[in-house]
Structures are given as C-alpha cells and as structure tokens.
Write a protein that binds this ligand. Sequence first.
Ligand code: GCU
Length: 620
Amino acid sequence: MKHFLWIFLILCLSFNLVTAQDNLIINTEGRETVSLNGTWFYIIDPYETGFYDYRFKERPETDPGAYWNKLESTKKSDWTEHEFKSPNTINVPGDWNSQDPKFLFYEGTVWYQRNFDKPKAINNKDLYLYFGAVNYEAHVYLNGKKLGMHKGGFTAFNFKISENLLKEKDNNLVVHVNNNRYPNEVPTVNTDWWNYGGITRDVKLVITPKQYIQQYHIQLAQNQDILKSIKKKRFQVEGWIKLNKPLSSGEVSITIPELKLTKKFQASGDSIKVNFEAKKLKLWSTENPKLYDVVFNFNNNSIADKIGFRKIEVDGEKILLNGRQIFLRGISIHEEISEEQRRANSKKDAERLFGKVQELNANMARLAHYPHNEYMPKLADSLGILLWTEIPVYWTIDFDNPEVYKKSEIQLKEMITRDRNRASVIIWSVGNETPVSKSRTNFMTNLVKKTKQLDDTRLVAAALEVHYNNGFNFVDDPLGAYTDIIALNEYLGWYIGTPEACKTAEWKLKYNKPFFISETGAGAKSGYHDVKEARFSEEYQQWYYEEQIKMFKNQFPKSFSGLSPWILTDFRSPKRHNQTYQRNWNRKGLIGDQGNKKLAFFTLQNYYKELEAKENQKNK
Ligand code: GCU
C-alpha cells in the first residue's frame, strides 16, 4: 500500500497536481500594497473553543460562537462569550513568545484579529491578503468567510479577496494560528531552536490589476562560458515571466534603464520564456555587489526589482563565482535577535545581523535551518554576502510518510519562488543532519532533483552525515552523490573529545566535490573566563577554534571550499538545560546573548582576514 502511495504522490508532484502556493505574489515591495502591520487583538485558545463546539465538533461557518464571527451584542441580555478587546493586544509582525511572559513556552492556538477599511481606488483591481510567514499553521477568515489555510512556519503565502466579501469599513480579519509540533510536520517535534509562534512576519494587502505579472525569474544563462562572455562583454540572460492567468495574446517587456535595454516578448498562455543579450553588464560579486534596476511591464503595469547578474557553479572540487574560484568564509545564523529573545523580522534586524557578519570579515552566511524573512536575502544582495538558505527538513523527519514529503516539497517550492531572483542566494539546502536510511536517502534525493528542476542557477546541498572512527572521519553519505557540494557538520572537540582530537583527525571523502563545513562550534558563556580545559569558558571556545583552524590548514583535503561555523550569536533552545551556563540558551554563539563578542570571535575574524588577504594576493 505504502509503495502505491509513494508512486501516486510522485506522479501528483510531477504533474504538479499538488499545488504549493502556486499563486504566490513575489516582490510585494515593488507593488501597490497597504500594510496591516501594527497592533492586533488576540485570544489564547488552548482548548480550541473558537474552532470546535462543546461536543468538539468543528463549528459551522455561520456559528456565532466561532471566533471568526464577530458577535455584535446590541442589548445587555445578548449572549456573547468571545470578543477581541484591549488589553489583549499583540504586535504584528512578531512572535508571541517574546511579547508577554505568559507566552514564553506557549505552544497551541492563538486567535489574531484586526479590522481594516477597503483601500481607496481599487475599482477594477484585485486585492490579495499576503503573509510573510505564520508559524506554524494559519487559518484565515475575512468577515466570517474562510479565505484559506497554510502550513509551514517560514514561507510566504497569499489569498485572493473576492470583491463581494469586502465592506467599505471595518472588515473583520481573523487568523487562527497554531504552533503545536507534530511527528508528521516539517520540522518535526524535535528541534534545537525556540518554537516561536505567531504572525512572525509582515502582513499586507496587495493591490493588482485583474491580469498582472505574478512571478518572474531572470539570471545569466547557466550554459554560457562566463569567462568568454566577460572577455567579449556580451552576456546571455534567460528566464521567464508568469502571469496570474493565461491570456490569448499580449506583450511583456523587460527594461534595464542603466543599460538602455528594453526587450519585448509576445505573451500567450501564462508563462513567457525570455532570452536576450546584454552588453557591458557589470556582474554581481562579493567585492562588487552590482544590482540593476529591472522593470517588468505588462499592460502598462510595471514592477521594479533590483537584480544582480552572476554565475555560480562547481568545477570539479572548486566553487566558482563568475568563473573565478571562491572560498566561502561563512557563519551560521538563526533568525533571532538574541538581545531581545525574539524572531528577527525587519530590515533593521537584518542590518544588525549582517553588520556582525561583516565585522567577522565573512563573505557568506548560512541561514539556518529554515528560510529567513525576505529582508535578509534582499540586504545580502546589496551587501554582497553569499547565502545558503534551507528548508527545515531537520534531523528525524518522517521519511516514510508521503504526506511529509509533499509538505517538504511545498516549502521548498515556496522558498525558491520567493527568493529565486536574489543573486546572493547561491545554495539551496534540502535539509540538515538527516539520519541515513533507504527511505531518507530516497526522500532527500527527490528533494535535490526537485530543486534542480525548479532552479538550475544555483548549487544544491544538505548537511550530510559522517562516519567518525577514532580520528578517521569518512564521508560516504549516499546523498553526497546527488548534492553539488559535500557539506557536513562536525564538532570534533565539543561532542567528540576535546580540541586535542583535531590534532590527529584524518578526513576522507568518497566524492570529488567541493568540501564545506556547514557547522562546527563549541559553547561558551560570555564573560566566564577560566583555564582552556574548562568547558563553557571563553578560553575553551577559543582553544576549539584554534585547533579547528589548524586542522583546516594541515589535515583537510584540497577540496576544502569553505565553512559556516555554528553560530554567530547565542540562541534560545528548549533543549539546553545546563543551569550554570545555558538555562535554555545554546551557547555556541561567537557573540553572547547581550551582544558581547567572545574571544573566539576574534580567532575566527583573524582567520578570515588571513584568507581574504591570500585571496586578494592570488587575484592580483
Ligand atoms: C547540530 C544542529 C544544530 C544544533 C547544533 C548544536 O549540528 O544542526 O541545529 O544547534 O548541532 O548541537 O549546537
């Protein structure tokens, strides 16, 4: 039976019968929008009273006791047992855990509510309700009618609002949010990060023409010899433009004003292939993150985006950016502002996090373990920081369950759809530290193939598994045969022995591909100083990084192409219970939870300065 289900699912997916957010509107910043951020009302509902009646049967849509229906009590004798009212207010965007002590560990349902007025001048326009992300499951209602539901805590989604549903004033918007963890979800019940619940990212109304450009993708054609194109100063650009609905015939255009370039393409159906030559294009790179204003036009409706043109590829055991070998001086980041114990969700937050990345002299960041908010890749584009971005297929996902595969693939598609035009994103990761088994490798290999099918302009990776064998470390994870690079997390000196273990470690890889350390790190309580052998002292963490760096230099294969140590800042975790040093914090940050740099920060910073100087010398 299970095999039949698998076959059926793969067939569905291949014919796209399983739709993700296929109608996701990208680049909302480049469109006409009305923000719904701000103060909302909430009801904490652990018993799901707003959803089920006293027999625990789902309430019918018109049930006055359903929390999506506003009870207008006109006289004192009226029955009313729910209302959205001060002082129960909450900020959107924002996780609930950080907004009131009663929410810190809360996992369950919270109802959100706010009113909004119909935007002006939207005659003959369409209106969508757009969410940057809701963790984990959202059911959305407007004026008592269900618009839809979405699962997945880190990807954007939108619902179309039919005209007849809208009132001029006080439209009643209610969102049922639940962040309970389940074995058959993505991620599953066990994660080493805080389960921040809520409407964690921006909410906005998006106003569009009846027919409009919904999605697009343009980048350098991957099959061109980039060095030849650089020499000739002529580049092939290709991609596609997707309309929200098919049309019999029409025209779309792409304009790049700085290049004095406009290209027109005949449109029929809903997806138009584009292909054109661009002369004298300045390529996007970490040293020169050149972004062009690109204007997409259809029926006099223009959408502007800022796009960097670059080619990322693997050549044997090297990673090449624009035809030149690059070493990834990275650092891992959770989507968290540790000083305020909350999810990051704004441009200012992105500036704070990437400011620290730049101080470290890094040129790359691993956005762990889920897609971060859209401000991150947009800012990385302008700063020239390369990104690894990942879906939360983390640890012990239910690999035998076709439903779980479908959920993973939906999140993969939503991640790629939103960020496919971001030059900074060079690696899509399909997962982290998933235990090797036949069903896991089948599951993960299908995700790798799907990623390549969706986007051939980037590398595909996953944090793979290692065989540790008394200092002889062998990398033969079967998934490595499919990924473009061999990435793995190693903690020699923290989970295995002390940093002394690095001195004698040998590394052997089954695959001749670029070798990347996607995690390595040790814990330290900021301000705790002791002998280097003392666990959780800053000196121990510094010793760890010193021995790791020696190992990189002396014992790593020549295919070593980069690292993203674990992790930029201490972060909240419900799994860390050392009451002296952790108290629900994972202390592997190079920066403490109050923003203070630990000794190891400077050890890594110096290593990266050394690497950068060598690279500059080589490229002179
Ligand atoms: C793992 C995992 C991380 C975790 C880290 C740790 O490698 O990928 O999410 O936080 O180890 O143990 O600190």
